[in-house]
Design a binder for this molecule. Structure first.
Ligand SMILES: *[C@@H]1O[C@H](CO)[C@@H](O)[C@H](O)[C@H]1NC(C)=O
Ligand SMILES: *[C@@H]1O[C@H](CO)[C@@H](O)[C@H](O)[C@H]1NC(C)=O
Length: 243
């Protein structure tokens, strides 16, 4: 009996004394995903801005003897531009969940035990993890230093997914941006300016060509020239504040 008690007590104190490492819990997962998502939103907004600029520059391309007054033409471009804003807002709403799933649900996911093998010591409450912790936590698991360590891999995973999704959104006239936003705007425009109806084919071809060129530009989405180096550090410092 005495031996059992001692054994249990011993095992219990070992468990208490063994340095164990906590995970990036819900708030950490949400805030870190949000931090990434905010940056990717800045970068994807640039492509909607580009799309808007291209529509403004080329919407009427190839239509001879512009059949519209200046005011009418301005209204038409405003309708098209508003539809692109709508497309941008719809897209932006999806970024957070994509980022979250990419880090915490896709394999290999940043979850699970970080104690075996032991790499870093959990700092006391209220004290941040350190950059050396980020360096030392060299396998994939659920704590903030692991996410910090594998930041380049995480970014690659997110960028691959977001690029594919964005390209899909603008991929021709059966894409979401066309079907849900630009196409209906074009219908509105034709309703308001029937003189354009004769040029529907040209307008449609212009829009398709514009979407294609934006899709091509997306090949460099969030690459090293666009992703600001200081964003890595911002996200790392945020990560390291979570227990
Ligand atoms: C996490 O995000 C929420 C909502 O923006 C904020 O209120 C909270 O302070 C953040 N926590 C940390 C530790 O940054
Ligand atoms: C933890 O890191 C945050 C963000 O870098 C910083 O503002 C804060 O002062 C740090 N806290 C401590 C206790 O060092």
């Amino acid at each position: 009996m005495r031996f059992d008690t001692a054994a249990i007590f011993g095992a219990f104190s070992m468990a208490l004394l063994a340095p164990s490492v906590l995970a990036c819990e819900r708030e950490c997962q949400v805030n870190v995903s949000r931090a990434f998502a905010d940056k990717y939103e800045i970068l994807s907004n640039q492509y909607f801005t580009l799309l808007n600029q291209k529509v403004e520059a080329s919407f009427f391309y190839g239509i001879p003897n512009n059949p519209l007054s200046e005011t009418e033409a301005t209204d038409v471009l405003k309708t098209m531009s508003d539809s692109i804003t709508g497309a941008q807002e719809a897209w932006s709403k999806t970024i957070f969940q994509t980022v979250f799933d990419t880090i915490f649900k896709d394999e290999p996911k940043f979850k699970g035990d970080c104690n075996v093998p032991h790499r870093v010591n959990q700092p006391p409450r209220g004290v941040n993890w350190t950059m050396p912790d980020c360096h030392n936590m060299d396998y994939i698991c659920g704590n903030p230093p692991s996410i910090c360590h594998f930041m380049p891999m995480i970014k690659t995973r997110i960028v691959n997914k977001l690029t594919a999704q964005l390209q899909d959104r603008v991929n021709g006239d059966d894409s979401d941006v066309y079907v849900s936003f630009i196409g209906p705007a074009l219908q509105n425009v034709l309703g308001g300016a029937p003189r354009l109806t004769a040029h529907l084919k040209t307008l449609h071809a212009n829009l398709n060509q514009i979407l294609e060129s934006v899709r091509d530009e997306l090949a460099t989405f969030a690459d090293d020239e666009n992703w600001k180096p200081e964003w890595d550090m911002e996200i790392k410092w945020l990560l390291l504040t979570f227990p």
